[in-house]
Design a protein around this ligand. Sequence first.
Ligand code: SIN
Ligand code: MN
Length: 279
Amino acid sequence: MRLTDADCKAYEERGYLLIPGAFSSAEIEAMKRELPALLADDSPRRVLEKDQQTVRALHGCHEINEVFGRLARHPRVAGPAQQILGSEVYVHQFKINIKAAFAGDVWKWHQDFIFWLKQDGMREPRAVNAFVFLDDVTEFNGPLFIVPGTHRLGVIDVPDGNPPGAQDAWRASFAADLKYSIAKDALADLVNRHGLVSPKGPAGTVMFTHCNVVHGSPPNMSPFDRTLAIVTYNSVENALLPVADPRPEFLVCRDATPLTLVADDALQDSAAGRSLQAV
Ligand code: SIN
Ligand code: MN
C-alpha cells in the first residue's frame, strides 16, 4: 500500500495518520483466532495488569506466531513504514496491547522514542508505530489520546520514574506506572498549545504514529475489549548502538536486517496453507 502525498503531509504535520479499512474483517478474524493460545501462554513475553490476572500486553508475537509474523511483514503496514522512513525497515518491537474490558489500565502520557534512546541505543527518532485495530476503537474502550504536532518538539526530557535495579526492570516500560512519563503541568501546557485528538475507528483500521508524538490512553471501564497489534519499525539506517544492559530480544530486536515483505493476500484464508517463507 502506498500513502498519498496528502497522507504523508498529514503525517508530517500532525505526527499521526489514520487509515480506515486497511484490513478486511476476514483478515482481522484470522489474527484474532490466534489470541487465545497466545494469551494462555505463561511466558515472560506476557505482561499482566496490576491485578496480576488480566493480560496487559503480549510481546514479540511476530517471532513465535505465523500469522503475526505475516502481519509484521505485511505490505499494508510495512510498506507505509518504508515510505515514511525513506528506507528499508526492520521490526524494532512488536506487541499486542489488550486493554481488556473492565480491567485494561491507563498508559500515562509519554513519547516513545525516549525509551529507545535511553534504554536501547536508538540514535535518531527514525521509527514509526503501526497500530492495527483488532477491535473497534471507540470513545468508550480506552482509545489513544494524542497531542498532535508534538513530534516536532523533539525529546522532552523527563526523569526516570522507575530507577533500575529491580529484577525484570524492563517491565517498568510497559506497566501502568510508566518509566518515562510527562508531568501534569508540562502536559497541560502542551495541550493548550497543540490541542488534543483521539483517533478512533472500526477493527481493520491502521494508525501510524511518529515516535516523538506525545500520547497516552485512559483505562477501559467499558464492557468492550480494545485489542491493538502494534508494530514498531525502525529504519535500517538507524540500527541500535550497543548498550551495557540490553533488554530481552523478544522486547527489542537488535538485528537490523531489512524486512522482506509478504504478498498482499498473506493474511487471507487462501494463503493460510503456505509457510511464511513461501509467501
Ligand atoms: C503505547 O503507548 O505504546 C500504547 C498505548 C495503548 O495501548 O493505549
Ligand atoms: Mn507509546
